[in-house]
Design a protein around this ligand. Sequence first.
Ligand code: 2RA
Length: 330
Amino acid sequence: MPNVAIVGATGAVGQEFLKILAERNFPVDELRLLATKRSAGKKIAWQGRELEVQETTPDSFKNIDIALFAGGSSSTEFAKPAVESGAVVIDNSSAFRLDPEVPLVVPEVNPEDVKWHKGIIANPNCSTIIANVALKPIYDLAGIKRVVVSTYQAVSGAGREGIEELEAQARAKANGDEIISKVFPYQIAFNLIPRIDIFQEGDYTKEEWKMVKETRKIFHVPDMAVTATTVRVPVFRSHSESINIETERKVTVAEVKEALGKAPGVIVVDNPAKDQYPMPLYTSDTDEVYVGRIREDFSIEKGLNIWVVGDQIRKGAATNAVQIAELLLK
Ligand code: 2RA
């Protein structure tokens, strides 16, 4: 059985790694928990073991087979020393996602890319993973010419602090107290903020460029027409995405529903007559990507609209990474 390290073990994604490894009975000999000096010494119970968090250093990866990096700056500092120690790094940060020497993998979409890794495998951005799981069956069925994505992203995408800020602002509003914004550029409670991460080229945000560039890399279609608008919404968990697709071949809604219904990692929730469609409040803490509101976009000849929801901490991060680790064991 492999020796596994979790880097960033005490953060939201790190904690989800522990939960997912246990839930999926991932075979682990030694599980080494690594974090910043501030968290070193903390004891964490896992599967009947009491694990002590160690400070991450370049020497933390001796005898480690798989190193799960939860994200953040530790990846740029420690991923390469981990590889030099003999570990395969599965990295949830954006550090290596667009590196041509590093596969960017969604197991339901491009599992074969794991085979050519050179020590590091990148986990895509959460909103990219959720969109790409839903796009793959449509891509296989009818080809994809153009994708327009509008996201509605939960505050937990900004970590525990994002959750705490929404809670505090909602409480302050109820009590008539002053509303303070630290994590987000504006009040998020009862508001929408069309900005996630910094603004970059063309006044697209870094989050929007991730959707564009990562989707092209995962599908191996460098000129796929993709555009995105990513928005922070006052929802605690799970990202929702409205996706408009122009296919290469005209297909019916029935064909699309059938393809999605058979697709790995997808659950179709689509019955307008019974008011059934995916909603973030009901998809959180699961690993599937939920698709509904499947309609023809009759404004163009080969158009489709779908509504997609997924838990961005599980399938959008921790579960996707553990599924990549499972591919390594095959
Ligand atoms: C967010 N996708 O939702 C980004 C990072 N997790 O904030």
